[in-house]
Design a protein around this ligand. Sequence first.
Ligand SMILES: Nc1nc2c(c(=O)[nH]1)N[C@H]1C(S)=C(S)[C@@H](COP(=O)(O)OP(=O)(O)OC[C@H]3O[C@@H](n4cnc5c(=O)[nH]c(N)nc54)[C@H](O)[C@@H]3O)O[C@H]1N2
Ligand SMILES: Nc1nc2c(c(=O)[nH]1)N[C@H]1C(S)=C(S)[C@@H](COP(=O)(O)OP(=O)(O)OC[C@H]3O[C@@H](n4cnc5c(=O)[nH]c(N)nc54)[C@H](O)[C@@H]3O)O[C@H]1N2
Ligand code: SF4
Ligand SMILES: [Mo]
Length: 728
Amino acid sequence: MRNPSTLKGGGLEKVLYTLNTARKMGVTASAKALTANNACKACGLGMGGQRGGMTNEQGLFPSVCNKSVQAQSTDIQPEIPRAIFNHPLSELQQLDGYQVEHLGRLNTPLYKTAGADRLEPISWDQALAIARERFVHCVPERFFAYASGRSSMEAGFILQLLARAKGTNNVNNCSYFCHQATGVALTQAVGSGTASVQLDDLDHCDTVILAGANPASNHPRLIHKLRAVRERGGRVIVINPMKEPGLVRFANPKSLRSLATGGDAIATDYLQPKTGSDLWLFAGLAKTVLHLKKENTAFLHDHCENADAYCQWLDAISWQTIERHTGLAEADIQSIGEAYSESDRCIFAWGMGLTHHQHGVQTLEALVNLCLLRGQVGKAGAGLLPLRGHSNVQGMGSIGVKPLLSPDVMAKLEQQLGIAAPGTDGMDTMACLRAAHAGSIDMALIMGGNLLEAAPATDWAKVALERVGFKLYLTTTLNRGHLHACDQSEQLILPVCARDEEQQPTTQESMFSFVRLSDGGIHRLNNVKPEVDILAALGESLPDGASFTRLKNHQTLRATIAETIAELEPLADIDQTKTEFHIPGRHLNRPHFPTGNGRARFCISPLPDEHDATTARRFRLMTARSEGQFNTIVYEQKDSYRGMDHRRVILMNADDMRAQGLRGGQKISLQSDQGQVTGFEVYAFDLPRGCLFGYYPETNPLVGLNIDPRSKTPAYKSVLVDIQPEVI
Ligand SMILES: Nc1nc2c(c(=O)[nH]1)N[C@H]1C(S)=C(S)[C@@H](COP(=O)(O)OP(=O)(O)OC[C@H]3O[C@@H](n4cnc5c(=O)[nH]c(N)nc54)[C@H](O)[C@@H]3O)O[C@H]1N2
Ligand SMILES: Nc1nc2c(c(=O)[nH]1)N[C@H]1C(S)=C(S)[C@@H](COP(=O)(O)OP(=O)(O)OC[C@H]3O[C@@H](n4cnc5c(=O)[nH]c(N)nc54)[C@H](O)[C@@H]3O)O[C@H]1N2
Ligand code: SF4
Ligand SMILES: [Mo]
């Protein structure tokens, strides 16, 4: 392992990797895949669409993005050789995630009966007959649908329609594992659960506060915007327990100067609070603003409510409490509070480091309150920017892949399509898994994603999914979720087109609420189907299924969306106009908020239980990503940003290692209340004492079932563990 102090993000290694991957893809295939008019399939920042593969909504082409190349690399693989399916399941189960993903593209429906030990290739006719039969006979309340965020708006709409036509609201997407806390907190405070800014705003801010996110790996092209903030003399304040090398310095692969000089500085300031303590840190920053009398009194008076209660709440939190929770000195917090007080236009950007906690919503409330205190939302160049995960995860929410639809959308579905509102409340993702664990689910429809390995408590999740009588997966490639949790249950895996292979254009929504049109049309495999066709075929089997046939035409489908979801009205004629658009009402660039009375609201909640509550477990483990993976898809074993050669590692504060008598590279096992993992190597890293880092999904067996009661999101970044050196 390399010395972390010499590490930096990006650079030559990334260029070589991209080149290598592009070579493997074949020059023509990669050029075609990367330049065609399709939205980038990887992260939620959004790129491509009608302006061409790598161009953003400003018409700029900042640089080739390694993530985008990676995502394409698995799509353009040849089909999985048929001989693979001669192997019994028990043998396929021995493959690791990397090996399964790199078997190739799935190009045949696969079926497995409950007791069988084989995935049998079958015909589409047989496959659809089985799927329809199970769907028609399933009791609505014993059914759920889960979607990842890679599918299109069109597929998402029809998926949620299918569930509701069946009579259940049990339909959700991976946002319950991701940014749900953001949605809850922002909706109640400013009336809209999505980013208040657009990409342009990043060109006009003087400060970015980046908390709990690692865009060097996870939203690579955001780094260009952060560099530009620095270049114009602005500040980038990073809040992250880990000293992420890619946020300290980033070498721009496009710039020889940048490579030669060892990269550009990104963070002007770097605060390292203890994991899960951001809520107290935000309170400390707000106390500083008040102390300096830098609150925006006119904004508070004219455009907010509940500010007084917030100030009282802050008063009740002492600096000792803040120092104890965050592990930071009052003076260090105050100096950042002063910097924030000087900013005229500040953008707050954040990721999973804030949402993956049992007090995720409360942390986001604290962040929004800090932003409101200085009137940093509701004007150009300032505001709130959740860094979304999947390329269309936000679209999944907009289109209704969620348990609760707004009453007016539900009423429109009823009028337009004759679909009656299901009588019972829908379940979020963890509630569905709990129901499955209790044996109360007969059928699950899983569109994309890897529910098994994305879920907490892998062994528990495996039991839960195994107990689902029939699982129907729609996927481009196989993953371990398809091979495990089905020993005793029936399942069907259907191969689908990737975005750029769709036979009709599709649409996707980015984290800036920008809706892109993807042409599709690339032909790679001969036996895959569009998701919409498969879902419509299921819908047709319902008693009033006729309308599903019409919806196979994407233009008709989009016209229907436009009629039912008011803010998506411009979708109606996007085929003709090819005009991509920002969803109206989301960009909050004047101080009027869609809350009903036009005012933003300070939301305060009782403080969570003591962060360092007495527990037998001594360390708090965060589970997060490397640059070489996209969620459960592992592309490379090594993490070049953090200098790790493989993924079965735990990173730890050097003093903690000494206190535990551990040396770098030593094998350890970890134990939580949920489970145990063994054979991990421990290395020193710049992290606060008591905090550990491990990769997802390798550490998921340790993650508990405890969720944030308001966002229903597991505490993936706050797993209490003990460690044991392994005796060799
Ligand atoms: N390369 C790549 N890109 C991706 C993905 C991927 O897997 N790989 N996944 C996509 C998806 S679905 C998502 S949601 C996004 C995720 O993007 P991010 O939100 O950046 O995700 P993570 O890597 O899980 O964690 C981010 C950071 O949170 C920090 N952190 C952990 N706990 C805390 C805490 O308590 N407080 C603070 N302040 N920081 C903390 C970690 O040190 C880490 O640097 O990326 C998307 N893009
Ligand atoms: N411990 C821990 N667990 C976590 C997290 C964490 O930080 N720590 N992060 C959480 C987060 S933020 C998220 S969003 C979830 C992610 O959860 P998911 O979205 O469920 O998982 P992914 O790994 O993104 O799904 C990858 C699979 O999607 C399928 N796929 C890929 N492309 C396509 C396509 O074009 N169409 C279709 N139909 N299928 C496709 C392939 O089967 C691929 O293997 O994981 C969560 N789990
Ligand atoms: S930053 Fe995200 S959306 Fe943009 S090209 Fe890279 S992976 Fe795609
Ligand atoms: Mo995510």
